[in-house]
Design a protein around this ligand. Structure first.
Ligand code: C2E
Ligand code: CA
Ligand code: CA
Length: 646
């Protein structure tokens, strides 16, 4: 942690800026000084002051060499030391020779000032002290008689006293500047410190500081101590952002953070000193609408449940702020140490998993981590590992689910469905691993693989069979939140030279974020580019009538759960299908029924005027080769029918 602060680049940047200024100052001083020295060297020569002339010439030449290296080299400290030596020698020469017309010692003053200003205080003091002491020794001892210069006692005293006064004045100035600079760096580091350890919106700890505290807490705790971590996620928070704007959303998060603080009374560890004792309880915001609190030193894990209930009470009937009630609720997952784990990262992970379980139970619930959650978490981690391997090795293949025209039962298209050949994922279908691929950021690669391979294989099917139907491709809804998605997709089709008009893009209804402008723009762009859009698993989400008009879809795919319920749940199943059917007709959308498994369903769907059917009654998903056989068989059947009709 401390390393993060120490290595923090910004304070290094301030130091670097100061260093560069310093370098430029030294360059200017040495260059100008060297030119002046050359001039005076020439002047001394004309006045037959040979020793002075040679000394000035030497110092000037050294000055020029030094200027050159100051421009070229990285290590400026060494060259500043050279300047110090040259200037000190110069002072002695001026004191000893008296300079031109006895004005030499007047030049010692600016030189002393320069030495103090271009050096760190301590070094400046050392050099100027050396100048004063050596000058005093020369001028106040019998040596005075042996030097060319001629000074009166008054001049000597005035010179030495002025030098001491000048040194003190300059040193005071430099020391206060250094203090101010030190303060600036400290303040800056404090700011950086806050940035690193605190969430800027709520003032709560952030993930870094939470992990740090938890780490220390778990290492230093004694065996009887129970520590609980509550992972809080707000439900429907997205709706606040979408419907009321981000400002209101931010305000709500800030407001909730204040209420959380009241509940757990966190005390500040990090703001003061990283090495201080561990704080009692901690409240943190991890990201977006995810909060965590750590309860230290509980007697029983039940106490964590009591605190969770106290937090959930805030959301009873919605979240109240400024006299308004927002339909925002919370789900809380709880992990306990040492029962569940003693590892800080696992503690967060387990509480997070328990939170998802609480969410599944509905709004305003809390759930303790348990064996079932542990099992599904284990499964999720296995899938993650398998997915990473599969993506690396391209261990996927495709099957095709035929889509039939409801009127003539002819093959109207096929839906490409992904299959994974990675052994770890052998027992899982895309329903299990696609959402995980979305959550760990692998979906883009998978979608790309599906698009490239499905159009390649579909083209082969077209070439062998002359098939004229459509290819349906499933795309993850998360892509729609990416502003570059459509241009990327269009390019992918262009690169593969596949006509966009042959494709139906399927997007799951639940992944559409209502009234999200990026999503709507993307959908419009897709339509503009010529893609047909199918809203997949329709009926499982919350698309309302007025939202439907915003989505430029061409078809609705009735989720197979509704088809399944057609004849199992009395009239209810039929009613749902009828409602979706009416909705589609009102908005001039085609209807596809998914998961059709028996003739009863087929007849009913035909009777209400459904457009397309897919399901095991007609065909399960088949390989490319089987699809070719199927199309050929259907061709033959059609020809046979035509010839028998003729
Ligand atoms: P989906 O888009 O609704 O795909 C239809 C699913 O229903 C397929 O499951 C299919 O095998 C299954 N199915 C079709 N007819 C019947 C039937 O009569 N009865 C039953 N019980 N099931 C039937 P699958 O292949 O396991 O796919 C599951 C989901 O995974 C898909 O649902 C889709 O949401 C997603 N998915 C599949 N392939 C891809 C893909 O390439 N990319 C993306 N992003 N998602 C995919
Ligand atoms: Ca689909
Ligand atoms: Ca579907």
């Amino acid at each position: 942690m401390q390393r993060i602060v120490k290595n923090w680049q910004s304070s290094q940047e301030i130091i670097e800026i100061r260093r560069n200024k310093h370098r430029r100052l030294c360059q200017a001083i040495t260059l100008i000084g060297s030119i002046i020295l050359m001039f005076f060297s020439f002047l001394s020569l004309t006045k037959a002051l040979n020793f002075l002339s040679i000394s000035l010439l030497t110092c000037g030449t050294l000055g020029f060499i030094n200027t050159y290296y100051l421009f070229k080299a990285e290590n400026i400290e060494l060259f500043i030391m050279n300047i110090n030596v040259v200037l000190t020698l110069l002072c002695y020469v001026l004191v000893v020779t008296g300079g031109i017309d006895g004005t030499g010692i007047l030049w010692v003053y600016p030189i002393v000032a320069i030495i103090i200003f271009i050096n760190p205080l301590k070094i400046g003091i050392k050099f100027t002290s050396a100048i004063i002491i050596v000058s005093a020794v020369i001028l106040l001892s019998p040596l005075l008689k042996h030097i060319p210069a001629d000074y009166s006692n008054l001049e000597i005293i005035r010179f030495l006293m002025s030098l001491v006064a000048l040194k003190i004045m300059c040193a005071v100035e430099v020391s206060s500047e250094e203090k101010a600079y030190g303060m600036l760096i400290k303040l800056h580091d404090n700011d950086v410190h806050k940035l690193i350890f605190y969430d800027s919106l709520t003032g709560l700890s952030n993930r870094v500081s939470l992990e740090y505290n938890l780490d220390k807490l778990l290492i230093e705790k004694n065996t009887s101590q129970v520590i609980a971590l509550l992972f809080i996620d707000l439900d429907n928070f997205k709706l606040v952002n979408d419907n009321y704007g981000h400002e209101v959303g931010d305000k709500l998060l800030h407001d909730f953070a204040l209420r959380l603080k009241e509940i757990v009374r966190p005390f500040d560890l990090i703001a003061n000193n990283l090495e201080e004792d561990i704080k009692k309880d901690d409240a943190a915001r991890l990201a977006g609408d995810e909060f965590v609190i750590v309860l230290n030193d509980l007697k029983d894990k039940k106490e964590a449940g009591v605190v969770a209930d106290r937090i959930l009470k805030i959301f009873d009937g919605g979240y109240e702020m400024d006299g308004e009630t927002f339909p925002v609720f919370a789900s809380i997952g709880i992990a306990v140490s040492p029962d569940d784990t003693i590892d800080p990262k696992e503690m967060i992970q387990f509480a997070d998993a328990a939170m998802y379980e609480a969410k599944r139970k509905g709004n305003n619930n809390h759930e303790f981590f348990n064996q079932n959650i542990a099992n599904s978490l284990h499964q999720k981690l296995n899938i993650e590992v398998g997915l990473k391997k599969a993506v690396q090795a391209d261990a996927f293949n495709l099957v095709y689910l035929p889509i039939f025209d409801c009127i003539n039962e002819e093959l109207a298209g096929v839906e490409a469905l992904i299959r994974c050949t990675e052994p770890e994922l052998k027992y899982y279908g895309p329903d299990s691993y696609i959402p995980i691929a979305e959550s760990i950021g692998l979906i883009k690669k998978i979608d790309k693989w599906v698009i490239e391979n499905s159009i390649k294989e579909f083209r082969e099917v077209q070439q062998v069979t002359g098939f004229k139907g459509k290819l349906n491709i499933n795309i993850s809804g998360t892509e729609l939140l990416d502003t570059d998605f459509v241009s990327y997709l269009i390019k992918l089709f262009e690169d593969n030279q596949f006509p966009i008009s042959d494709v139906d893009i399927e997007i799951i209804e639940t992944s559409l974020v209502p009234e999200n402008q990026v999503v709507i723009n993307n959908l419009n762009e897709l339509k503009k580019a010529g893609f047909s859009l199918a809203l997949d698993d329709f009926g499982t989400g919350y698309t309302s009538f007025n939202q439907l008009i915003m989505y430029p879809a061409t078809s609705l795919k009735i989720d197979r759960s509704f088809i399944n319920d057609l004849f199992t749940k009395d009239e209810e199943g039929k009613r749902t299908v009828q409602i979706i059917h009416n909705l589609a007709k009102n908005y001039d959308l085609k209807i596809v029924a998914e998961g059709v498994e028996n003739i009863q369903q087929v007849e009913y769907l035909k009777s209400i005027g459904c457009d397309y059917l897919q399901g095991y009654y007609f065909s399960p998903p088949v390989s490319k080769q089987d699809l070719i056989h199927l199309i050929e068989k259907m061709h033959d059947k059609k020809e046979l029918l035509n010839s028998s009709n003729a």
